[in-house]
Design a protein around this ligand. Structure first.
Ligand code: AKG
Length: 209
């Protein structure tokens, strides 16, 4: 895939490695039983992972029905199911580290890894909650690790209210937890600013989508 990618000054020299989670993740407690954990720069040397993710890993361009016409989904997608090998060992380590840190609170492991590739500022995801599975009725967690050019993840309460903004790229981690998928919505808005590609890797428990 030919995508112009400007390496980050902080990221390029190092081999990819995780930094500790314990004592460093900051929890934002939100209304309605939701929370968001945030750790900027969780992955050091994240550009090495991005290079692999921007390669030929089976990205798929989806289409969806919008009223009476079919339109292209504005991002590329790749889904890794239970036990499927992830394309970079750092992602396997990240999965294990998330399970070790969040397992006691979540009560189950993260199982799937969904990936989105935002090629430039025209790619986006509209306001939504991940409510297709058990998360429609149950508390859960969705952990997102971001690679490449930062894009804002916005969150707002369902029904309206003040929104929150996390700029996510270059190895940043956010975890949406509690009732967040039911009581809050999130999006990655389009931008007219020139931005390089960003890949988000979302770890979810079984049955959460
Ligand atoms: O790219 C992101 O960080 C968010 C992705 C997302 O909201 C989704 O795929 O449901």
């Amino acid at each position: 895939m030919e995508l112009a990618h400007q390496p980050s000054m902080f990221d390029v020299a190092e081999e990819a490695a995780l930094t500790p989670l314990r004592g460093r993740v900051r929890r934002h407690v939100l209304d309605g039983g939701a929370w968001v954990d945030h750790l900027p720069g969780w992955v050091r040397g994240s550009d090495a992972v991005l290079e692999v993710l921007l390669g030929d890993i089976g990205w798929r361009a989806d289409r969806r029905q919008m009223y009476d016409r079919e339109v292209a989904v504005p991002r590329l997608l790749r889904w890794y199911g239970r036990g499927e090998a992830l394309p970079h060992p750092l992602l396997t380590e990240a999965h294990a580290a998330l399970d070790a840190h969040y397992g006691p609170e979540l009560g189950e492991p993260f199982v799937t890894a969904g990936m989105c590739l935002y090629r430039d500022g025209r790619d986006s995801v509209a306001w939504h909650g991940d409510r297709l599975g058990r998360s429609r009725t149950q508390d859960t967690m969705v952990a997102i690790v971001s690679f490449g050019s930062p894009r804002p993840l916005l969150l707002r309460p369902v029904g309206g209210g003040e929104s929150l903004r996390f700029s996510l790229g270059h190895g940043d981690l956010v975890v949406m937890g509690g009732s967040c998928q039911r009581t809050w919505e999130h999006c990655i808005p389009k931008t007219t600013r020139p931005v390089g590609p960003r890949v988000s890797v979302q770890f979810r428990p079984a049955g959460v989508a």
